[in-house]
Ligand binder design. Structure first.
Ligand SMILES: Cc1cc2nc3c(=O)[nH]c(=O)nc-3n(C[C@H](O)[C@H](O)[C@H](O)COP(=O)(O)OP(=O)(O)OC[C@H]3O[C@@H](n4cnc5c(N)ncnc54)[C@H](O)[C@@H]3O)c2cc1C
Length: 297
């Protein structure tokens, strides 16, 4: 064992045999030299302090549902917060840690007759990833429910208020500070009949199953919707629905989903993305911005 692996092993479950393709919903990406599931928030602090002092690169991930990773080895440390998954409900106030799965939390809140988080019921990410992305759906997003977020900035743990988070459509201050670690949040919800909440979430899930390729490996919507119209409409009009490149396919079912049918790589995924972006600029004068994040490629 190296010194780094010895050090990391003190603070959680350590692995040196994992690949991004095992940890991302689009099932792509190369070997990860060092991977750790820290046990506690304290552990995250120890790890990050050490990595910073040693100038070792690191990447924090949640459920890997918005990440397209390259094939080459990542030589830094991937920190996955899945084990930091506590939550607490106090009346209409909710505390949730970064590793809580969004659909699980949405179900717990529905059971407790708390409304506001229904939109996240079918988003396959973890709370940390949702806070980072300002994930959303059905005209709502994280900024609608969050009051404050616990962040590890350099060496200090800070509760940041919502108005400091620069939340906008699929955008947050965290995207501009990739080495801050999002650890937890406090949210405010409102009381509502539990059955009504479940009905709404189930209805939406059924509609998703009918319109999205949920049986395929993907990152969900590839592009943000431009102001004027849905991204999928432009992609359709340009004739890309069903377009294939090696293992990559612009989904037949939903043309803003770019799926991996097996053996697809980030290089091919990005080739398709760049081609669509170029054509959209040429034909409509619009910039299709990727919602999905690329990493190590
Ligand atoms: C089938 C499908 C449907 C989807 N539907 C939607 C939808 O309706 N709406 C929507 O907004 N998104 C949707 N997504 C995309 C995705 O689920 C969201 O972007 C989600 O917020 C990503 O969370 P994650 O935990 O998987 O993050 P990851 O993919 O693990 O990470 C995404 C980014 O966030 C950063 N990050 C993650 N956790 C932390 C943390 N704790 N601290 C600091 N940085 C962190 C990572 O470094 C990375 O840059 C969908 C994806 C799929 C596969």
């Amino acid at each position: 064992m190296s010194m780094l692996s010895d050090f990391l092993s003190q603070y959680g479950e350590y692995h040196n045999d994992l690949y991004f393709k095992d940890l991302t919903t689009i099932r792509m990406g190369g070997h990860i030299a060092h991977f750790i599931y820290p046990n506690t928030i304290d552990d995250v602090q120890h790890i990050v302090r050490y990595l910073r002092s040693e100038h070792i690169d690191f990447k924090v991930i949640g459920n890997g549902s918005n990440l397209v990773c390259g094939e080459s080895e990542y030589e830094g440390v991937v920190i996955c917060l899945k084990k930091i998954d506590g939550y607490e409900i106090n009346g209409e106030q909710v505390y949730a840690e970064a590793g809580v799965k969004a659909p699980l939390l949405a179900n717990v809140l529905a059971k407790n007759g708390l409304s506001g988080f229904e939109f996240a019921g079918s988003i396959p990410g973890d709370v940390g990833g949702l806070l980072y992305m300002n994930a959303g759906a059905y005209k709502s997003d994280m900024s609608a429910v969050v009051d404050e977020v616990l962040v590890l900035k350099k060496d200090e743990l800070v509760w940041m208020k919502k108005d400091e988070l620069e939340y906008a459509y699929r955008s947050s201050i965290f995207q501009r500070h990739p080495h801050w670690v999002v650890l937890a949040c406090r949210m405010s919800l409102v009381k509502k009949d539990s059955d009504e909440i479940f009905d709404l979430m189930n209805d939406r899930l059924e509609r998703r199953k009918a319109s999205q390729p949920l049986d395929k490996a993907s990152c969900g919507s590839c592009f943000r919707n431009p102001e004027a119209d849905f991204a999928w409409k432009y992609i359709d009009e340009m004739g890309y629905r069903g377009y294939k490149l090696n293992g990559i396919e612009v989904s037949e079912k939903h043309s803003n989903f770019i799926v991996n049918n097996g053996g697809g790589t980030a290089a091919d995924f990005l080739k398709v993305v760049y081609e669509i972006q170029e054509k959209a600029k040429e034909k409509y004068g619009i910039k299709l911005i990727m919602e999905v994040e690329k990493f190590n490629c």
